[in-house]
Design a protein. Structure first.
Length: 322
């Protein structure tokens, strides 16, 4: 197995493996001497999750067949992913979104497994959620003191007002009292009481894990990439809803418009990922929100796409309605 494939497949943490329905009785990896790792044996698949047999590559990469599409070598996965229609993100067109997302999964598989696949599995903010936002996966730099603040503040947050499966595309800022206003109330619950050095990125990385279809990960990279579109959205919405007229940028609305614009292409993208038969791609097709897929396409469209998600800075400190 190529070294990159062995490395990426070892990234699955026990909690994630259990969450995906894969149990791994102890066994020695067949290529343990080469990989320096131990892994579980042949997994059993819980019917609730219906993870396919190739999820064995997640739990025990040593037993994945050499040359199989279940591997994570760039050629193996990319060759197995069909093309999908173009999608525009912040005015940039991604010509083949399926290949772009497959490449993201290969380059940042650890982030997807240890961060994204945990989204929507938390009832409240706890220390395990905060750990998922930190390095090496998302690099939030949330300190122990700030983590305690997040946990405490989360106990009084209006979580019940927003369904777990709420989607940003449904959050129309022109619908007063609707999902957009509810999301803003939840955001402001944290934003208005934030302590020093708790930034937009830190809040958004935590809220994404609680409501992954609704809250974008607004790190310094995405803010920079979407700034022009967010300004244009603020001007447009400000004219139509005066109460939002003071906002100079509306990042949620700019991103929402791209999700709506790609509404016909995103299901094709999911089908293409599922057809690849690579385990992480199959699970990503099922579990990732349209919002997160769009975020991955924004990485693909950016000149900074070589950067790791953990390198995206937390220093920008602007409200989404800044």
């Amino acid at each position: 197995m190529p070294r990159q494939a062995a490395r990426l497949n070892r990234l699955a943490a026990p909690r994630v493996i259990r969450h995906l329905g894969v149990t791994t009785p102890g066994c020695e990896a067949a290529d343990g001497a080469a990989s320096g790792s131990r892994c579980g044996g042949t997994p059993t698949l819980h019917s609730q999750e219906r993870v396919r047999g190739r999820a064995l590559a997640l739990a025990c990469p040593a037993r994945a067949r050499a040359g199989s599409n279940a591997g994570f070598s760039p050629r193996g996965t990319m060759a197995a992913v069909p093309s999908s229609p173009p999608v525009a993100v912040a005015g940039h067109v991604v010509a083949n979104p399926a290949h772009a997302v497959a490449q993201y999964l290969e380059q940042h598989g650890g982030t997807v497994i240890h961060y994204d696949f945990l989204a929507a599995t938390f009832d409240h903010i706890d220390l395990s959620l905060i750990r998922a936002t930190r390095s090496p996966w998302m690099g939030s730099r949330i300190s122990a003191e700030q983590a305690a603040w997040f946990v405490d503040r989360g106990t009084t947050a209006p979580w019940p007002e927003i369904p777990l499966d709420a989607q940003l595309k449904q959050a129309d800022p022109l619908a007063e009292g609707g999902l957009y206003d509810q999301a803003m109330a939840l955001w402001d619950h944290f934003w208005d009481a934030r302590p020093a050095n708790v930034s937009t990125a830190k809040i958004s990385k935590a809220l994404y894990l609680m409501r992954p279809g609704l809250f974008p990960i607004l790190d310094s990279y995405l803010i920079r990439f979407y700034r022009t579109a967010a300004r244009a959205a603020a001007v447009d919405i400000g004219h139509r809803r005066p109460s939002l007229g003071r906002s100079t940028t509306l990042y949620w609305e700019a991103i929402r418009r791209d999700i709506l614009g790609g509404e016909s292409a995103l299901p094709v993208l999911r089908d293409a990922l599922a057809a690849s038969r690579a385990p992480v791609a199959e699970i990503a097709a099922r579990k990732l929100s349209d919002l997160r897929l769009l975020d991955m396409l924004a990485w693909a469209a950016s000149p900074d796409s070589h950067r790791s998600p953990a390198m995206s800075g937390d220093g920008v400190n602007c409200a989404q309605n800044g």
